[in-house]
Ligand binder design. Structure first.
Ligand SMILES: [Zn+2]
Length: 627
């Protein structure tokens, strides 16, 4: 009965306001229809958690690598122990060979976007052995297919031995690079530098999307033992804990490093006065990294090395200290003098608010890479203290997304960049306090971004406006979801559940959506569809206000294809203001919604979204004032 009355009312309104034949404001309601998500199963449940049959592969790496500074070449050999935890038998494996992105036959070069490395030879693999048997492989630039001599059955392991080398790219700085701008010697930053198995998972099987550059990386968790041989006067920072410090450091340096592990105040482990220009010897630095999704490192004779540590509370409510260390050339010292403090802030803040930082140390180096994240190490640059803090906080934040929550960055960049941009906003607020700062989420302005309307959940290699669609817009969307749709209590419980359930596992967007809906207890299909899955727009407006002495009847319009709750503020003649939040379901079948509000006196102003928190592309129709 009620439904019939409402439709009758709508019909009257349309007759009065529009004489043309139309059902112009009838809403088909498709935005509310259920998203077509994969059917839940025992691997990924309907509540958005890993199921009791969840599995993922594990790839443990023992790597020996030498930096030959005479030829500027990286020479490596590795033993990969690959554990097939899947229920499937594998007859072949795919490897990632990401340095081949510089080669002429890579997808990137053939797109006409060469990295500038002329006639680059790529990775030279001299040999691959599988369980001791030499095998052949098919090279397709940034991926290669290895035919296994015998099928690898479920719940068994295989050992790959690979020997390889590549010339250090000197022109390109694609997430790593060679930086020869310093008096005391160049900086080498190495990332995505060793052959490693592509991910085999329950959703796509082998994940073989090529490395083009916009998409970052999706990799297996594994335990790493890495031995890095460099000239004896170099410092090495890496994705692991240094396990042979007495072999590579002077007694004094070793003592300082031990002290840094126990104190909050910065300790200089190697000062500018202690840098040496040359050495004819070499030293091998040994690192261990447990359950990390890749391994990166940086080395230089230029590195001034500073460190301190920070105490965090871990999962069992005890505490531990995390070593925070930086390596930078003297030329950067005006900006880098506070680097250790920045790391301490970010490690502590994200440990307290998201998940305890699980590893023993975090390093940061200054070379050619402007801002890039790897487990336990970030590569940063900044031209001011503020610039360096902001980039440090962002790259360290990536140690939660995607280093702990292992997102497929080649397909869903927004689940690491967007989520990280979102948490950076609160970390910056915590760091700066009342001081002025500009978080990335604040740079999203819906009305100024109409030219590249693609869905956020588009693989980043297919996005033109990656900065906007992978970072700012999803970062803003998460903040909007927290502060305007769910509220902090409901959001924070769901968000923590998502992080804790998926720590050291790999969620897909459907898992995130389901986990948030289940824990927050709210249907958010319309939100996820309009914000992440489809490029919908929001324009709410006020089309009519009728006032009485004790009430106001307002007709709201939804003028674009997305929907949201309506945040209404009514100001009355007696000076009182009244806030209402109309649920999103007011748009279930109509693009217009009429509602009467009881008031203490006559309304003089009606406003929607008074705080300008909504992604409304046209704010000119958001306010009615009594003339
Ligand atoms: Zn990032």
């Amino acid at each position: 009965m009620r439904i019939i009355l409402i439709f009758a009312c709508l019909f009257c309104c349309s007759c009065k306001t529009n004489t043309k034949a139309q059902p112009s404001f009838l809403h088909s309601g498709e935005v509310f229809q259920e998203l077509q998500l994969p059917t839940p199963n025992a691997v990924r449940t309907g509540s958005g958690t890993p199921g009791n049959a969840y599995w993922q592969q594990q790839a443990d790496h023992d790597i020996q690598v030498r930096l030959d500074i005479e030829t500027n070449t990286i020479v490596g050999s590795e033993r990969i122990t690959y554990h097939n935890n899947s229920p499937d038998t594998l007859e072949y494996m795919w490897l990632q060979l990401e340095q081949n992105v510089h080669r002429e036959d890579s997808v990137r070069s053939r797109e006409g976007r060469s990295t500038g490395e002329e006639a680059y030879a790529g990775i030279t693999i001299s040999r691959i052995d599988v369980d001791g048997t030499p095998v052949t492989w098919q090279d397709y630039a940034t991926v290669a297919k290895v035919l296994l001599p015998k099928p690898l059955s479920s719940n068994s392991s295989v050992t790959l031995k690979i020997e390889w080398s590549f010339a250090m790219p000197t022109e390109a700085s694609l997430r790593m690079g060679f930086d020869d701008a310093y008096e005391a010697g160049p900086v080498w930053e190495l990332a995505q530098w060793f052959p490693t198995p592509c991910v085999y998972d329950d959703v796509y099987g082998w994940n073989t999307l090529p490395y083009i550059g916009r998409g970052e990386f999706y990799t297996n968790f594994g335990d790493y033992n890495v031995e890095i041989t460099v000239p004896a006067h170099h410092v090495v920072l890496a994705s692991g804990a240094l396990v042979n410090q007495t072999e590579v450091l002077s007694q004094e340096e070793s003592k300082r490093l031990n002290e840094a592990k126990t104190v909050n105040e910065k300790i200089v482990i190697r000062s500018v006065e202690e840098l040496q220009k040359e050495s004819s010897e070499e030293k091998t630095w040994k690192f261990k990294g447990k359950q990390i999704r890749t391994f990166a490192w940086a080395t230089s004779a230029s590195f001034i090395w500073e460190a301190a540590s920070v105490e965090i509370t871990i999962l069992d409510d005890t505490t531990k200290r995390v070593l925070c260390q930086v390596g930078y050339p003297e030329e950067a010292s005006k900006v880098w003098d506070e680097g250790v403090e920045y790391l301490r802030h970010s490690i502590k803040y994200y440990s307290d608010t998201l998940y305890p930082y699980p590893w023993p140390q975090m390093s940061m180096s200054r070379g050619s890479a402007g801002g890039m994240e790897y487990p336990m190490i970030v590569f940063c640059r900044g031209s001011s203290h503020e610039g360096l803090f902001n980039v440090t906080d962002h790259e360290v934040g990536h140690n939660w997304f995607p280093m702990i929550v292992n997102t497929d960055e080649r397909r869903h960049a927004w689940m690491d960049e967007g989520f990280n941009t979102f948490v950076n906003h609160y970390s910056l607020e915590n760091f700066y306090g009342d001081r002025e700062h500009k978080p990335d989420v604040s740079k999203y302005i819906a009305s100024k971004f109409m030219h590249d309307l693609k869905a956020i959940n588009t693989p980043p290699d297919l996005l033109k406006s990656r900065r906007h669609l992978s970072y700012r817009k999803p970062g803003y969307g998460m903040q909007f979801l927290r502060e305007e749709i769910l509220g902090e209590e409901r959001f924070d419980a769901a968000w923590k559940e998502y992080i804790h359930k998926w720590a050291f596992k790999s969620p897909r967007p459907a898992d995130f959506y389901r986990c948030m809906e289940n824990t927050a207890g709210m249907d958010l299909q319309w939100f996820f569809r309009g914000f992440f899955e489809e490029p919908m727009q929001l324009d709410q407006g006020i089309v009519d206000v009728k006032v009485n002495a004790d009430s106001a009847t307002v007709t709201f319009a939804n003028l674009e294809n997305w929907v949201c709750p309506v945040d209404v503020t009514i100001t009355c003649l007696d000076g009182t203001t009244h806030d209402y939040k109309l649920p999103v379901t007011v748009w279930a079948w109509s693009k217009q919604h009429k509602q009467t509000f009881k008031l203490p006196s006559q309304a003089v102003k009606v406003q929607i979204d008074a705080n300008e928190a909504y992604p409304d592309i046209n704010r000119h129709n958001n306010c009615w004032v009594q003339m």
